[in-house]
Design a protein around this ligand. Sequence first.
Ligand code: N01
Length: 637
Amino acid sequence: MAFTRPLRPIPDDNDTLRRRLAGAELPALLMTVAHLTGDTSVLRDELRAPGWLFAPQGGLTPVQQHEARRLALAALARWRDRGEPAAPPAPELLRAITTWAMGSDTGDLLPLLAEEIALPEDDPKAPGWTLDELRPDADFDVAVIGAGFSGLLAAHRLAQAGVPVVVYEKNPGVGGTWFENTYPGCRTDVASHLYNYSFAPRADWPDHFCRRETVLDYLRDFAKESGVADRIRFATEVTALRWDDTGRRWHLALRGPGGAGAATHRAVISAVGQLNRPLLPAVEGIGSFTGPAFHSAAWDHSVDLAAKRVAVVGTGASAFQLVPELAGTAAEVVVFQRNPPWLRPTPHYHEPMPESAEWLLTHLPYYAQWYRFWLFAPGLRGILDGWIVDHGHPPTERAVSALNERLRASLLAAMEAQLTDAPVLREAVVPRYPVGAKRVLRDDGTWLATLKRDDVRLVTAPVDRETPDGLVAGGEEFAVDAIVYATGFQASRFLTPMKVTGEHGLDLHEHWAGAPRAHLGISVPHFPNLFCLYGPNTNLVGQGGSIVYFSECATAYVLDAIRLLLARGADTVQVREDVHDAYNAWVDAASADRAWVWSRAGGWYTDGTRSATNWPFSAAEYWERTRHADPDDLLLG
Ligand code: N01
């Protein structure tokens, strides 16, 4: 991996170029060609992808693909022969290209899109200031808690600004959730080329959706190459944070290799994640099983599951990946399902990247940016609309709007096509809740094929209790040799189990009283100089971008708030209470009209009355709100 890599020239002879283009994602290639040549005539209506990302090549037919390749090759060869340099697209060209791709005018999105198409070395979200420039004598430093995607990013940005930073990481290595989740089959379900920092892309992701080991390698490489690794105190858990009203700094209680410790810092960024603390179900008798039993996020690799009878509780994203890996190795897998997942067709989910993809990403100027845009942009428009409740529809547990009904029909058709030979299974696996109420999982046929196997049994009765021999569900006992609880995380219990005490001894968790809220998911009134990444209401549900993108946005905001503090000679910064309250009223009102809060299906997106986890708007909305810290929203002291 390299942060930025100089592009290499494209070949002189057209036969070689033609071969290299074979692995191109054609919508992205056409956009690249239009950009480089300035000639948008290649962006023909008949070559516009009919739907976003439901299939490779945007679902273009072989005939369309042939024509797109032919046009692209001819235009690229002419551009190469003219020897023209590659430059960022002018706004009108950017608008024309993205409007073609998205099927509606992108005039309102241009500043965001310009950032997306920027080269990694331009890194538009990097802080444009340094501590030395603003306040060279400032006694200011930051503690970052957690060295996952968000924590490494925050530490890197602070280092870029010359702000002293220490990262506390409870594990012996970087990666956060990617360090901890070692279950078989663990991989991303966001496209690999989007699942990296915008300014540190990787051209050589081996798979469309990378395995956990590859993601972890990326984060390790990033920590090393950026120098952030040297700032991390590994195996050191922050157990408590206490704000000192007089000294105006945070006191941290630590538990590390040498036992208990303490540290003080001017500011703290919590980057502990939402999906960090495993959740075991509240079933009677849990702990009484005499064989091995463990959570999917705490996989016990000392247990050999070959030829064993294994129970897996849950059918969320983790179970969806690990059950197919166990099937065929274990003697039998018994899957306990409460709510089945909706499945989104992704035929290339387990496939490697095409052979020449890396070549294109490293040779063809701006192809990497347009490819990323193609992966990123679908949710900028449209997808969110599918989750919004239309009270006039009227909403039901089948669908919450006419658009939601259409989404349901298309996902259902794809599932039914796999279930023509399994009518009994069909009854069990078609969800009885609206699409979007839970995470929609990426499907290439593996899941339902696994459930059809003779050595896999699906149990839909509720788990009543754990016994010394196995699990009882619907009154029947299932004797097994091992139990895997793929039952998710305590997502809404933000910043636990840390004890966080703010101004005048205010306890954060008592203050929240089970309903965590923060301004932009970042700041809580009365907790000065404390910032959260991936905090309350920042989980993105298919509306474009990725959670890495959200971390980049939130981190840009945090750095800007710190800039204000330094530039104005202040010691503290915190959000105004009225701003925080108005913001959260706006979020809660919108959330109430999203499929995940409206539906009774439950799960980690909701507590039954509201959502503490999900962002109910578009990614563009979050980008807009986090571009700058508005001094009018803040109290500087
Ligand atoms: O957890 P989950 P997860 N009896 O909470 C069931 C990310 N992720 O670890 O739906 C029976 O989604 C529960 O049933 P129900 C991703 O954001 C990403 O799978 O509540 N079942 C559900 O089926 C994801 O959303 C990847 O009715 C019980 C399951 O357990 C998030 O992590 C991979 C039960 C829990 O599903 C969490 O996913 C993995 C009980 N008593 C995870 N209690 C990628 O691909 C709970 N369940 C990147």
